[in-house]
Design a protein around this ligand. Structure first.
Ligand code: FAS
Ligand code: PHB
Length: 391
């Protein structure tokens, strides 16, 4: 087979890239190692920053989002005996939306299917070849066990943190930065109406907790736990009791309402950046190039921002032979990657306790300042609600 852009990965980065390329008349094939059903069912991110919503709206993909999503003006910062609302609309003129990544994926797949996008699911042994030539190609084994080859003008590595793209770049070309955190997030989905109108990020001596949601009837909550926690070892009562304590149940009359837990998982926390996000005709986007701890709600939004820069760059290179934007893609994308990496680290270190009393005092002082200072709250709001894509 031959195409203009071979996209490895049918997650948000790969799906949106295929959509944006098609809008510029560039054909692509999206290759995915999992099944269509598996990708559709994955439960991950839940919060869209304003720049992401603008991009989805610009390509006509915001219909269901505006019907079923929940627009939020801001978030609450909470610590024992105190809860402060940060209103992003008042502070920086931008809101955020609660709309699950599974819904974004569903909207993108439907839009691609409607125009006959070529998908190849359940492939294996994906390998990348001749990346430093102008005729790169992929080889893989299809679902029937047949070896296949796909020639392309460019390859987009949208294959997440464990995919083959980044590893196909010769060692010595790139540089990596990594920070593993000494804790993880225990995430649950529950069939119960959220106990709050907007997200609550809670600092507590026992550990961080987050009250998010997916709809008016489904709540999404997270607890800081040790990195090696087995989700099966916590009873439902233990989970709800820890969430209630950390989120301030009973404080100023607020109550956390428990309900049936329908999904549970433990998500390790790390920061990871790989530079450069381009090698020859291979371009990396999304988790293939960077990972952020979810405290800043940036993972999905960064993937969207990468492909919003990558799509026009590839279109100019393929349609007009103009390589300027492709040549500057990595540098431009990494400016925002590092801004979001810092913000995610800043939120994570401000809100997660790790048994150090001095750090706990610093964290509480930081929370007091961020919540009460116009400059501090605007700084959080500007980063959380989303910087312009061209940041
Ligand atoms: P993805 O990982 O979404 O997609 C990559 C795709 O490539 C996958 O479908 C994979 O199967 C495929 N692939 C891999 N190897 C391949 C190969 N050899 N051949 C073909 N295909 C291959 N972010 C938040 O903001 N908030 C959250 O709460 C949050 N929770 C998360 C929970 C989990 C368990 C994980 C893993 C991530 C979470 N994230 C969260 C981050 C997540 O949302 C990512 O940022 C987002 O999915 C990035 O999208 P992609 O870059 O498309 O990568
Ligand atoms: C979520 O709803 O899954 C979510 C929201 C905000 C975060 C992380 C996860 O920072």
């Amino acid at each position: 087979m031959r195409t203009q852009v071979a996209i490895i990965g049918a997650g948000p980065a790969g799906l949106l890239l295929s959509h944006l390329l098609a809008a510029d008349g560039v054909e692509s094939v999206v290759l995915e190692t999992r099944s269509r059903e598996y990708v559709a069912a994955r439960i991950r991110a839940g919060l869209l920053e304003s720049s992401t919503v603008d991009i989805l709206a610009a390509c006509g993909l915001d219909g269901r989002l505006r019907e079923q999503g929940l627009e939020h003006r801001g978030i609450y910062l909470q610590w024992p005996e105190e809860r402060h609302h940060l209103d992003f609309v008042d502070l920086v003129g931008r809101s955020v939306w609660v709309y699950g990544q599974t819904e974004v994926t569903r909207d993108l797949v439907a839009a691609r299917d409607a125009v006959g996008q070529q998908f190849v699911y359940e492939i294996s042994d994906t390998a990348l070849h001749d990346l430093d030539s102008d005729r790169p190609y992929l080889t893989y084994v299809d679902v029937d066990g047949r070896e296949q080859r796909l020639d392309a003008d460019a390859i987009a590595g949208c294959d997440g943190s464990f995919g083959p793209s980044r590893k196909a770049i010769p060692s010595g070309v790139g540089q990596t930065w990594e920070r593993a955190y000494p804790f993880a997030w225990f995430g649950i989905l529950a069939d119960v109406a959220p106990s709050t109108d907007e997200l609550i990020y809670a600092w507590h001596p026992d550990g961080f907790a987050l009250h998010s949601m997916r709809s008016e009837s489904v709540s999404r909550l997270y607890l800081q736990v040790p990195p090696d926690t087995d989700p099966a070892t916590w009873s439902d009562d233990q989970i709800w009791e820890a969430l209630a304590r950390r989120l301030g149940h009973g404080q100023n009359g607020w109550q956390l309402h428990p309900g049936p837990i329908t999904d549970r998982s433990v998500l390790p926390m790390r920061s990871y950046v790989y530079e450069p996000m381009r090698y020859g005709r291979l371009f990396l986007a999304g988790d293939a190039a960077h990972i952020v701890p979810p405290t800043g709600a940036k993972g999905l939004n960064l993937a969207v921002a990468d492909v919003a820069l990558l799509a026009p760059a590839l279109a100019a290179m393929i349609n007009k032979g103009d390589h300027a934007a492709a040549d500057s893609y990595s540098e431009r994308a990494l400016r925002r990657v590092w801004r979001c990496t810092h913000f995610s680290w800043w939120m994570t270190t401000m809100l997660h306790t790790h048994g150090d009393d001095f750090d706990a005092q610093l964290q509480k002082s930081q929370l007091q300042w961020v919540s009460s200072s116009a400059a501090g709250s605007a700084g959080l709001a500007e980063n959380y609600a989303g910087l312009p894509i061209s940041y």
